[in-house]
Every structure is written in C-alpha cells, then in structure tokens.
Design a protein around this ligand. Structure first.
Ligand SMILES: [Zn+2]
Ligand SMILES: [Zn+2]
Length: 258
C-alpha cells in the first residue's frame, strides 16, 4: 500500500502513539535507570551502576602484580625476581588501581550495599585469573574476615560477597570458616606502614589447620594499600602449612608505601 493510500487519521494516531512511547520510555529511564556511581550522569538503558565512559577511563590492572613492589610478575612460577621471599603472598591480582572509578565502586559495595556490583567486579577479576592461567593453581578461595562486631554492624562482609561471586565464575570453592578475625583492629586510615603492620599483628587465626595444610589459597580483600592485612592473613595461613597464597583485590595502591 502506498503512503497516499493510508488514511490521514491513522498516520496521526501512529505519530501520537510513537510520541507516547518515547515519553513513557523517558519516564521509565528517569525512574528506573539511576545515575552512574562515579560521574553522576544518568545511565543509559542496559547499564547498571556505572557508565561506559567511566569504565573506559578506569585504570584497570591487567597484569599480575608483585605484592611488594607492585610491578608486573612475568611468570607465576618464578614470581618477582627482586622481591623473592619477602612476601608470604606469591602474586597479587587486582581489578584496578585506586582511581575515581575504583574508589566509587568499592565505596558502593562497602557502604551502599550495592551487592550486585560484586558480580560485575568479579567478572573482571575472573578474567584476570583466567588470562594468567592461575585458576588451576588455586584450591580454595578465602575472604579476609571482618571482626564479628564489625560484621554485625555492616550486616555483611563485602569481601565474602565478592569471593562468593568469584567462586561462581571460576568454580573454585570458597569458605569463610577457616580464617577468623580474632582481634578488633583499629581503622588503618591515618596509620603509616609500620603502624599498620603492628595494628594487624595477631588479627587472624586459622580454625582448622588440617583443612588449610597443603592447600593453594586465594585470599580476597576489597582493597590493599600497604598490604599489611593480606600479609598478616597469609602469614597465619602459611603457619598452618598451606602450600601457596595468592591474593586478589578490587583496588590496589600503585605502591605498597602509599
Ligand atoms: Zn560515569
Ligand atoms: Zn617485587
């Protein structure tokens, strides 16, 4: 049928229907598609939590890092040549460094309880592990535990949520009952590197030594700056005879002296 054969009133109805659809979609976007947690721009349909632009600008860390000098480790087998034996952790994986983007996503996960964010971030981390062919070198995922008083206050342990999500992506088992936080440590903010090490001393305890002995463990924390928390947990696991410890975080400081 040619356009001239379509009655004028049906063209008019079609245009009104289209305008209404656009208006309804705009309203849906306004009410159901929130702002990017990083830049505050309203998100396009199909995007959750952060926008494409902020993700593009984020300083993602594709490389496997040395937990001490934070330089790239070329081979997981040989580790960092210059820092060998200094760290109880063989290698560190991270989604990215502390920039606006990763600061915002960690804050969202930790304080705004945006738990589905863990799913997106664990996809990022799972690809790091797979690219480095590291999944086959790990037996067990253990999240850094919170002290029970802190956990009760927050309602959940963000590192456990993240670890569970990573477990779903990698099929590696996760457990939060082998490592306990037995000391209520001070907030690390404002402490220098050696104060942080002292603050974390004796913070963790392994509950079942047999379950840890001989295992290759991936420790999970949301962030790491000096590495004091991860190191203390790794030392405790190593005392129980675990075979190897790797660590993975959402955000890492570019140097361990920050
Ligand atoms: Zn954005
Ligand atoms: Zn190093």
């Amino acid at each position: 049928m040619s356009i001239s054969a379509i009655p004028a009133n049906s063209i008019l109805h079609g245009a009104v229907a289209m305008q209404s659809r656009i208006l309804i979609n705009d309203l849906l976007d306004f009410f159901f598609y929130p702002e990017c947690i990083c830049c505050g721009q309203r998100l396009k349909r199909g995007y959750d939590y952060y926008c494409e632009n902020c993700l593009d600008l984020a300083s993602q860390v594709e490389e496997v890092l040395c937990p001490e000098c934070r330089l790239e480790i070329v081979s997981l087998r040989t580790g960092c040549k210059s820092c060998e034996k200094k760290s109880p952790i063989s290698a560190l994986f991270a989604c990215g460094t502390f920039d606006d983007f990763f600061r915002s996503v960690v804050h969202g996960l930790k304080y705004d309880s945006l738990l589905p964010l863990a799913n997106k971030l664990s996809c990022m981390l799972a690809s790091r592990l797979m690219n480095a062919d590291a999944v086959r070198l790990i037996d067990l995922i253990i999240p850094i535990p919170l002290h029970w008083t802190r956990q009760r206050q927050r309602g959940f342990n963000q590192s456990f949520v993240f670890a569970q999500s990573l477990s779903d992506k990698t099929s590696l088992p996760v457990t939060d009952d082998l490592l306990k936080r037995v000391k209520r440590t001070k907030d690390q903010t404002g402490l220098n590197a050696s104060q942080r090490v002292n603050n974390m001393k004796g913070a963790f305890s392994v509950t079942k030594h047999d379950a840890v002995a001989g295992k290759r463990i991936l420790l999970i924390d949301d962030v790491t700056t000096t590495g004091a928390t991860l190191n203390e947990a790794a030392l405790e696991l190593r005392k129980s005879g675990c075979r190897n410890v790797f660590a993975a975080v959402i955000a890492v400081a570019a140097t361990s002296i920050e």
